[in-house]
Design a protein around this ligand. Structure first.
Ligand code: HEC
Length: 133
């Protein structure tokens, strides 16, 4: 009986140690993946994907909303906080008259994490300086 217990305990030990080894490998992979995907890339993907920003914002010209270059020029001049605006904690400063249109997108923006908002900020800042990829 004791032998069986020892054998069982050994099996459990082997099994769990194998499992933790297995767990470590994907963790390392995720780590390197994150390094490869820059905030710029994450922000760009959100801007052109689930954020739907591209439907109203072009980079260098006005469409439904002001162009990214213009927005960032004003944000830089006024040292304004883009993330605060996206969190609806700051008033619009670029074109308050059409803010109602921008507001329709906050339902989507509200679902973003702080990291995603930061990535968006990195993307629009870099894109306004001419970076494309
Ligand atoms: C339905 C159209 C629409 C969509 C989608 C949209 N915007 Fe806008 N956005 C606007 C309009 C119109 C303005 C100008 C009004 C204003 O200044 O708030 C604006 C203004 C802004 C401003 C300037 C705010 C200020 O201080 O005046 C920022 C920053 C911005 N948008 C970011 C984004 C980001 C990031 C996304 C995607 C997550 C996005 N917008 C999606 C229409 C849109």
């Amino acid at each position: 009986m004791q032998k069986i217990v020892i054998v069982l305990a050994t099996i459990v030990l082997l099994f769990t140690s194998c499992q933790s080894e297995k767990k470590e490998k994907p963790d390392i992979k995720i780590g390197t993946k994150k390094k490869e995907t820059s905030s710029f890339d994450v922000g760009k993907r959100i801007f052109n994907g689930k954020g739907k920003c591209y439907t109203c914002h072009k980079i260098d010209k006005k469409s439904i909303g002001p162009g990214v270059v213009e927005i960032m020029k004003i944000y830089k001049e006024q040292n304004a906080d883009l993330i605060a605006f996206l969190k609806q904690e700051a008033e619009p400063i670029v074109d308050p008259e059409t803010y109602a249109v921008m507001k329709t997108n906050f339902a989507i923006i509200k679902t973003f994490t702080q990291e995603e908002l930061k990535a968006l900020e990195v993307y629009v800042t870099d894109a306004s300086n001419g970076k494309t990829e």
